[in-house]
Design a protein around this ligand. Sequence first.
Ligand code: CTP
Ligand code: CA
Length: 221
Amino acid sequence: QRALGQGGALAGRHILVTAGPTHEPIDPVRYIANRSSGKQGFAIAGALAALGARVTLVAGPVTLPTPPGVTRIDVETARQMAAAVDAALPADAAVMVAAVADWHVDAAGQKIKKQADGAPPALALTENPDILAGLAANPRRPALVVGFAAETEKVVEHATAKRARKGADWIVANDVSGDVMGGANNSVHIVTANGVESWPDLPKEAVAMRLAERIAAALGS
Ligand code: CTP
Ligand code: CA
């Protein structure tokens, strides 16, 4: 059998993908997290590999099989994800699909017990590193940095602001006001320096393949 993607449009390229949620422990038995199935990120990793790229997929906790030809690094927290992304450099492109938790908790070493007086524990939240912004500002920045933005309203407006704020080349803006989370389809807008391109509602695999082809064209292979 022919090696996956051999001689494809992304042959010889190394592409980094983050996917899934992160889990931030509260104590040994509890965590806070974002809602994310990992489906879109895993589909993108698979599509890039199918075009011949060497793909490093840094994955938060999800129950999905690793796409063929993809090197997967499993992490739990945002801080672990940031370290794994850094360790995977250099890369020609990065696609940050992960739904990274914005905060972590100073985790308790033992299970937090309910108090007799019913007083809830006070969770002190600390902001996590912004992995996308950090990568975009990194001296070893990939030539193409793609972020995602899940928005429930003013989708393009928020994504355009996010693109500038984080220093990403493209933001794939995702309208999550419907049933995108865990669903099979995705409707996205690609926000670049040249404006906004709106794609029809497509299966996540089709979004992945279109994005992989667009990345191949941008890298000029
Ligand atoms: N992201 C990241 N590290 C973080 C938070 C977000 O790398 N700590 C990345 C995501 O993977 C995604 C992009 O940044 O590619 C946008 O994430 P989003 O949560 O929409 O952005 P935030 O800046 O956290 O804005 P918001 O307040 O809307 O959550
Ligand atoms: Ca966020």
